[in-house]
Design a protein around this ligand. Structure first.
Ligand code: HEC
Length: 162
């Protein structure tokens, strides 16, 4: 006990909180481990989102700009800057990211449907879910992805979606 107090005294200046919490002098507090760097990609969202129940916020230049920034940070690597699917990491994938500028959206192309694809990912493809991005970012991404598709493609997917 005496030894411990001497120890505490000498170390007290350095780590008073850690020592105060140590239950037993023979088990010195573990060195403070730094928190894990980047959290791993979010696991797939447990509940399936229903695009029909989602209320899409209005598009705005600010929202689109958020989407543009998030797209260059997270999506360009596969989908390519213009959305044609020519990102360096996309070229080796199976299936490859499709060409947003030419083919209708397979998972539906309304803002809410895009929001679901982006949040939950696309089953059986390398497209992961991005639920860890803020909701605003995901809506911004939905509108930004939509803006990459010319009106003709946007209309085509509107028809393809029930
Ligand atoms: C690892 C590569 C990769 C990354 C990173 C990635 N995607 Fe994908 N994405 C894919 C693949 C592969 C598919 C499935 C094939 C397809 O539909 O293009 C897909 C599908 C999609 C679809 C559905 C397309 C459809 O036809 O309905 C959307 C929307 C989409 N991605 C948006 C995004 C957004 C937004 C990001 C960034 C937050 C992103 N993706 C990041 C590879 C990726």
């Amino acid at each position: 006990m005496l030894r411990r107090s001497v120890f505490v005294l000498s170390l007290g200046v350095l780590a008073p909180a850690a020592w105060a919490q140590a239950p037993d002098a023979s088990a010195p507090p573990a060195a403070t481990t730094p928190p894990p760097a980047d959290a791993p990609a979010a696991p797939p969202a447990p509940a399936k989102l229903d695009p029909k129940k989602l209320v899409a916020p209005k598009s705005s230049p600010e929202l689109l700009e958020r989407g543009r920034l998030a797209y260059s940070a997270s999506c360009v690597v596969c989908h390519g800057e213009k959305g044609v699917g020519d990102g360096p990491a996309g070229l080796m994938l199976n299936p490859k990211p499709r060409d947003f500028t030419k083919e209708p959206f397979k998972q539906g192309g309304s803002p809410a449907e895009l929001f679901v694809s982006i949040t939950e990912g696309v089953k059986d493809t390398p497209m992961a879910g991005w639920a860890h991005l803020s909701e605003e970012e995901r809506w911004g991404l939905s509108y930004y992805v939509l803006s990459l598709a010319p009106p003709k493609v946007q209309k085509a997917k509107a028809k393809a979606t029930p």
